[in-house]
Structure formats: C-alpha cells, structure tokens
Design a protein around this ligand. Structure first.
Ligand code: NAP
Length: 510
C-alpha cells in the first residue's frame, strides 16, 4: 500500500482519552487491520465509563453555558486539528478498514465540512427557535405572563460510530459535531473496527479542547474490546441521550437498555435499510441499460457497505424488465472483489447471501464466492408474490447484494410498496409517462422513508439543511430525527419555557 503523504506512520498507544488524560487498564485487545500489523488497545470497562461520564457532567456546567461563538471556534479548531493530521489519519484509517486512500481523504473532507457547517449554523442562531409571547397584564379574564421559549442543551451525550464511516460517522462524526454544537459534552465508545483511527481523531479533539481552553471532560473516548463498555455507557445515569450509527441488532440491544433505565433516555439509532428502488415501466423501457449500470455502480460502491445501498429493485414483468436484469448481471459480473471492513462483516455477508439464495422462490442470477474478508456482488430475483409472503427478503444484507422483485402489474407494485418496513431512502425511476403510477406511489413511500429520490441513486448523502437521514423503524429508532445535516442538532436540545423570568436570569443566547 502506498500513500501520497510523507512521514505519515501513526503508531497508536492504545489508551483511552478520559477527561484530558490518556489512561489504560490491564486488559488489552488486538485490532484486526485489513493490512499491516495489529496494535494493542486497552479494553474499555465500566470504571472508565464512570470516570468519563462524571467528567462530562462537570464539563457541562461550563460547556453547556458557553457562547455560540466559543463553540463555533471549538468546532473549527477540531476541523483544523484533523487537517493537521491528514496523512496519518488516511494511513491508519486505510490500514484498519481496507477502504481506499481516496475514499478516506474524501471522508475526511466531509468530516471537517460537517464540523465547520455546524459552526456556521449555530452562529446564525436560528436553531434556538426562540419564541416570545409578551405579557398581557390587562387581558381578561386572566392576565398573560411573559413567556419565552428557547432550545437548551440536554447534558452529556454518548456516541457510537459505525464501522463503514470511520471518520464521518465516528469519533468526530456528525453525532459528535451536532452534540458539541448544541453545547453537550460527548463520551464516545470507540469502534472495534478502527480503534487507531479513533485514537488519532481523539488526539485532534483533545488538542482543540486545549487550544480553546475548555473543560477536559468535554470529550472522552473509551475504547471497546467487549460489549460491556457500551452497555455501561448507555445505562450511565449522567448520560442524557445516545447517538448511534450501526446495525439493527446492535442498535436495538442498546435502545432496549436505554428504555429500561430508571430514567429512560432518547436513543437516536441510525440503523440499516434495504433502500428499495421502483423502476417504472416507461423509464425501464427507454433507459433500462443505463439504469442497470447505475444500479451496479451504486450497489457495489464501497463493497456495498453503505446504509443507503439500494439492495432492492422492483420492476413490472416485461421485456424491459428482462433486459434490465441481463444488463445488471453483466454490469455486476465485471466488478472485482473488494475488501470488507472486518472479518465479521465478511462472514455476515456470506450468511446473508446464503439466506437469500436459500429462500423459496428465489432465483439466482449471479452467484459469487469470495476470498477471506472480501466480497463480490451477488444478484437474485423473486416474484412480487414471493416477496409479499416472505418478510425475511426485506432484511438488509450488508454488502453488494441485489434482489430484483418482479411484480405482475401496477397493483402488485403498489402492494410491495405498502409492505415495506421503514427505510432510510426509497427511489423512483420514472419518465413523464410514468407520472400516474408515480403519483400513486408517492403517498405510500412518504410514510416509509426519510428521503425519497427520483431518478438518482441513494448512495451519497448530502450534508445540508434539507437532508433527512433517518426514517421510520427499523431505519432509525426515532423517526422525528436526522443524523445528517443541520437539523441533526435538534436531537441534543430540549425546549424550555421561561415564564416571567427576569432577563438578567435568562440563559445567554449569544
Ligand atoms: P454494529 O456492529 O452495530 O456496531 C456499532 C457500534 O455498536 C460498535 O461500537 C459496537 O461495538 C457497538 N455494539 C453493537 N452491538 C452492541 C451490543 N449488543 N452491546 C453494546 N455495544 C454494541 O454496526 P457496524 O458493523 O459498525 O455498522 C454496520 C451497520 O451500520 C450496517 O447495518 C449499516 O447499514 C449501518 N449503518 C447505518 C447508517 C445510518 O446512518 N443509518 C450509517 C452507516 C452504517 P464493537 O465495536 O465492540 O463491536
């Protein structure tokens, strides 16, 4: 593996960052890099979590009352510190995850872009959603008191990143950026798939905390190694919300722990999805080949390890459907094996493939065997009737696996749409002549997904004001929220009404 940067080797020391100190216990675990040597990391324990949460609560009493200008400076300082370590971050990230250098450089830009976006966003002040009902002392039959409402930070937040975005959805990813922007200290549970990448990013945040003279408890990173640290974190009484990006199984387990606490807290889990695409008849007949090529590209990008991977294509039986299928097979056949993020994800991909292949009334269109920790595309087809009878076919297979659902007619396409579970995205491919069917599908898809697309592919999530990266369960555990874009800050704020409170006692909104 070659890297464009020089002097870029990062050797992790394997410690946790707790309230400004690098600490380690006795138990260690070994990283499982895709390339190069493994490193030892200290196993996170409930004692580490306790220290980090107590420090985060202490930090809240200053950080939670810091000015927007101070927090914007902090967010920008983190972005600067990440850029200073650019080559080392790319090098360790590539080694640990097997993701290509270019992908990690792009993801670094997205990560620093998110941090700077939140800095700009809070400086504008709109997120406070300030409302004021002025006093009406002469109102009859009762006077009205002066009422002001503003959004306030909720307290320490726990963050769990995902394996497939070691930068943008991890230690200094969107959840951490949004929580800091809101004024919430953060305790990150490091991801076992990229602990060294987590460590160097923690080093960048630590440097920004020092340069901005903030309380050291504003940020801690506790590495994993077992499930214990994460479970202790979501159950810690000082934690007031959790931002989680990861699998449905992991997210659901932690969500249930949050709900069972004596004081239940919100768990913002951004989970998996099959992101169905509906290919309407005219679009399919006029540009089926281009759609097949576009689908193959989106389905296999990053070895299919995207939460927005479009795993399902729904088509109406026709000649256009036949040629779409044969074009998809040939486009996918040309895709080389790609390294997967972890051994466990590679094994889970094979199991998922075997589950789909073994389902009744599923036809194999393209079946590939993969070498260790790598994946090649697989493609299957089923009928609308079989899909409607077998809910397992709607479960995510994390990797480059596609399933074509051949429906008999428009009514069956609508029935398939109605049968969907919650999704991060649903896509329509349509031409003008498909508008009537499109109009029938829209109200259904709107109830199913956080984002609906027309004539695009869902991989590639724009970080912007209008983005909704969430959706009804199981796409996320909280359909009113997004984990990407400026609205993500709302998860870590709480509206408080101040009735008749003198201005001198009001929290500052500067
Ligand atoms: P994961 O295996 O669920 O891991 C996520 C984090 O949760 C890790 O820190 C993991 O700890 C921890 N964890 C998992 N189960 C746990 C349990 N029972 N108790 C305590 N901690 C637990 O997910 P992943 O493999 O990293 O990510 C892949 C999945 O994420 C895919 O399903 C993908 O679709 C989804 N994803 C969703 C989005 C989105 O925005 N919706 C974005 C990216 C990915 P360890 O590190 O110790 O395993």
């Amino acid at each position: 593996m070659t890297l464009t940067g020089k002097g870029t080797s990062f050797k992790p020391h394997g410690k946790h960052l707790i309230a400004g100190e690098w600490v380690a216990g006795e138990a260690m675990f070994l990283s499982e890099p895709a390339h190069g040597e493994a490193h030892s990391f200290s196993v996170g324990t409930p004692e580490h979590i306790e220290s980090a949460c107590v420090a985060a609560e202490e930090a809240f009493w200053t950080f939670g009352y810091s000015s927007r200008v101070e927090r914007a400076a902090f967010l920008n300082a983190i972005a600067d510190e990440i850029e200073k370590r650019a080559n080392e971050i790319t090098e360790i990230g590539t080694r640990e995850t097997g993701l290509p250098e270019g992908r990690l450089q792009g993801e670094r830009g997205r990560t620093t872009g998110q941090l700077r976006m939140f800095a700009e966003h809070i400086l504008k002040g709109d997120y406070l959603d300030q409302r004021h009902d002025v006093a009406l002392p002469d109102r009859q039959p009762m006077p009205r008191p002066d009422m002001k409402m503003i959004q306030r930070p909720i307290g320490p937040v726990a963050v769990f990143g995902a394996s497939n975005f070691p930068l943008a959805f991890s230690t200094a990813g969107g959840d951490t950026a949004a929580a800091f922007a809101a004024g919430c200290p953060v305790v990150v549970k490091g991801h076992g798939a990229h602990p060294g990448t987590g460590e160097i990013i923690a080093e960048a945040i630590h440097a920004a905390i020092k340069s901005c003279d903030l309380h050291p408890g504003t940020f801690s990173l506790v590495q994993g190694g077992t499930l214990e640290a994460g479970q202790a974190l979501v159950q810690h009484p000082l934690i007031k919300a959790v931002g989680f990006t990861g699998s449905l199984a992991g997210g659901r387990a932690l969500f249930d722990l949050c709900a069972q606490r004596p004081e239940p807290i919100p768990f913002f889990g951004e989970l998996g999805s099959v992101n169905p695409m509906f290919l309407l008849p005219m679009a399919l007949s006029t540009r089926g080949e281009a759609l097949a090529k576009g689908w193959a590209g989106s389905l296999t990008m990053g070895a299919g390890q995207f939460c927005t991977n479009p795993g399902i294509a729904v088509v109406i039986d026709s000649d256009g459907a036949d040629s779409f299928i044969s074009e998809s097979v040939s486009a996918l056949n040309g895709v080389d094996a790609q390294t997967m993020l972890t051994d466990g994800i590679a094994v889970a991909y094979e199991k998922g493939r075997d589950r789909v292949a073994g389902s009744s009334e599923v036809q194999t269109l393209l079946s590939t065997a993969s070498a260790k920790r790598s994946a090649k595309p697989n493609l299957y087809a089923t009928t609308g009737k079989a899909w409607l009878a077998n809910t397992e076919l709607g479960e995510e297979v994390f990797g480059p696996l596609g399933l074509v659902v051949r429906v008999a007619d428009e009514d069956e396409m609508i029935a398939v749409a109605k049968s969907l579970e919650g999704q991060l995205t649903c896509t329509l491919h349509l031409d003008d002549a498909d508008a009537d069917l499109g109009r029938c599908l829209m109200p259904i898809l709107e109830r199913k997904a956080g984002r609906i697309l027309a004539n695009n592919f869902p991989t590639g999530v724009e970080v912007c004001d209008t983005m909704v990266h969430g959706g009804p369960y199981p796409a996320s555990t909280n359909f009113g929220a997004t984990s990407v874009g400026t609205m993500a800050i709302r998860r870590f704020l709480r509206p408080v009404c101040f009735q008749n409170i003198p201005n001198a006692l009001m929290p500052s909104t500067t």
